[in-house]
Design a protein around this ligand. Structure first.
Ligand SMILES: Nc1nc2c(c(=O)[nH]1)N[C@H]1C(S)=C(S)[C@@H](COP(=O)(O)O)O[C@H]1N2
Ligand SMILES: [Mo]
Length: 312
């Protein structure tokens, strides 16, 4: 078991207030969960194992949760097959332990970091988020994760870092889907720096209080709740601070259909279907899609002055 206590933290692991304004809230949450709370994940944790010391975040929508079975059986993860149930059937191919993430680009401390070290010192938070796929279905998911901004701050991004680029593991042995030219592999995604540092953006390592199942992107995947699901890149092996807007897999595949921003927007239809409504998995009737997936109050200001029809 690798368990780190606050007293073990090196100063370099402490988030600077400029980079993460919500740290006070995070500390309060951690304290509320008990002063003796241990941080970090047991190094032996596997899919389905209960995650220890999860703090309930105030970031939670008050809507019925999508059942665990749907969250883990109805997936998009083309590396494990293009059918919705393929990722679960092929999940055992992926070996998420041990796992190393490369931190690269414009930061003071680039390098290779083991999964446990990447999230060491950060409290695991449960956040209940709406999850809206570009294909017009949605879920409500209790993710467990850490704010991405707190992870990025550890590596001290330079002022030239304007975007963050993410890459999924490339390994056709573990990911047979990579043998087919469905997308340009490896899967790539990116965020503007302010989006990456926004307190709603998390790296998820679990769901329903348990270690993330492989089909959901073990051992760590991005969750950006105001954007379409394809921004939520799974099984990340590389995080790079870059100066220019990075190329992303779906944008490369069909630039007219999938933009870089991919903010949930009922006013901008996909060229082949409407985005005005969505089917919440488990519901019979469709419901209206909300601008920014219902997170407009928190994130709309990031895009003030931008034409969201052009920057879709
Ligand atoms: N590496 C990788 N990440 C990915 C995908 C993928 O095919 N490969 N699919 C994306 C899409 S389209 C969606 S909707 C979400 C689905 O996440 P979920 O299966 O956990 O619901 O993952 C995203 N992340
Ligand atoms: Mo999606």
């Amino acid at each position: 078991m690798l368990i780190r206590r606050p007293s073990d933290l090196r100063p370099s692991e402490i988030t600077s207030p400029e980079l993460f304004h919500g740290r006070r809230r995070f500390l309060q949450g951690a304290l509320a969960a008990g002063a003796a709370a241990a941080f970090g994940l047991p190094a032996v944790a596997s899919a389905g194992e209960k995650l220890p010391n999860v703090v309930k975040s105030p970031y939670r929508v008050d809507e019925p949760l999508t059942p665990y079975d749907a969250v883990t059986e109805y997936n998009n993860f083309y590396e494990l097959g293009t059918g919705k149930d393929d990722p679960q059937r092929n999940a055992a191919r992926l070996k998420p332990k041990p796992w190393t993430v490369e931190i690269a680009g414009a930061c003071e401390q680039p390098g290779r970091v083991g999964f446990d070290d990447l999230i060491a010192g950060l409290a695991l938070e449960e956040r209940v988020y709406r999850h809206r796929c570009v294909e017009a279905w949605s879920m409500v998911v209790p993710w467990v994760g850490v704010p991405l901004g707190q992870v990025l701050a550890k590596y001290k991004p330079l002022s030239s870092a304007k975007y963050v680029a993410f890459t999924t593991l490339m390994d056709p042995q573990q990911f047979p889907g990579q043998r087919l030219p469905v997308l340009e592999w490896p899967y790539r995604e990116g965020l503007r720096m302010d989006e990456a540092l926004h307190p709603l953006t998390i790296l998820a390592v679990g769901v329903y209080g348990e270690v993330l199942p492989n089909q959901n992107g073990a051992p760590l995947r991005l969750v950006v709740p105001w954007k379409y699901g394809f921004k939520g890149i799974k099984s990340i092996v590389k995080i790079e601070f870059v100066e220019h807007e990075p190329r992303t897999s779906w944008n490369l595949a069909a630039p007219d259909e999938y933009g870089f921003y991919a903010n949930v927007n009922p006013a901008v239809d996909h060229p082949r279907w409407s985005q005005k409504r969505e089917r919440r998995i488990g519901d019979w009737l469709k419901r209206d899609t909300l601008a920014f997936n219902g997170y407009g109050e928190q994130v709309a200001s990031l895009y003030s002055g931008m034409d969201l029809r052009k920057s879709f």
